[in-house]
Design a protein around this ligand. Sequence first.
Ligand code: HEC
Ligand code: HEC
Ligand code: HEC
Length: 127
Amino acid sequence: MIYGKERIIPALVIFVVVMCTPFIVQLGGASVAPEVELPKEGMCIEAGATMKTSHMQILNDWRNSVVRDANRKHVSEDGREFTMSLTNECMRCHTDKAKFCDRCHNYMAVSPYCWDCHLYPTPKESK
Ligand code: HEC
Ligand code: HEC
Ligand code: HEC
């Protein structure tokens, strides 16, 4: 005997839907990245979409350019000039490492070791 079947089944359906909601929402969205705190003004050294997928490669190129060729000048696709520096350029705009780089990296389970040597600013009102 299956008792209360007419109640249990709908309850189960609701339970499963609720438990799956985060995944369903993610599937519907364009990206599975977490909320990160973006600078309120200014433009990144390249387009946002490019940065999302290629910042690791760009940083690697920057390091090689500085260390091997002593060239510290980055000219963006659209002709803007930047100084190749993780601390002084990237972190000048992305001032809160915890709410930007870390938030995404933790979510993606990557932990760049760069900060063993490179410094980052400590935000005044970090929580
Ligand atoms: C002049 C300010 C500025 C500098 C310098 C800068 N950024 Fe950005 N960055 C931004 C802004 C503003 C956005 C959001 C732009 C957008 O989505 O179009 C952004 C977006 C990004 C994104 C995509 C985030 C997302 O979720 O969409 C990544 C990753 C990123 N930056 C990494 C870097 C790295 C690494 C450096 C140094 C190599 C750097 N940025 C230098 C201002 C800057
Ligand atoms: C929108 C999400 C996102 C943001 C924001 C972001 N990253 Fe990343 N980052 C990633 C992902 C995902 C990877 C791993 C890529 C892979 O393994 O191919 C990665 C990898 C890296 C790597 C290479 C690490 C390795 O061991 O290969 C470096 C360096 C890096 N990120 C630096 C930064 C810095 C510096 C910032 C902040 C200024 C930043 N990232 C912000 C998503 C992000
Ligand atoms: C063992 C220490 C160490 C580690 C770890 C390290 N770096 Fe560096 N990095 C250096 C030194 C030293 C320089 C040369 C500094 C200079 O000439 O300005 C440099 C230069 C750079 C530069 C160009 C200049 C600058 O000031 O930013 C970039 C970009 C860079 N590294 C990125 C990275 C990234 C990305 C990681 C992590 C994936 C990383 N580094 C890990 C020591 C380190």
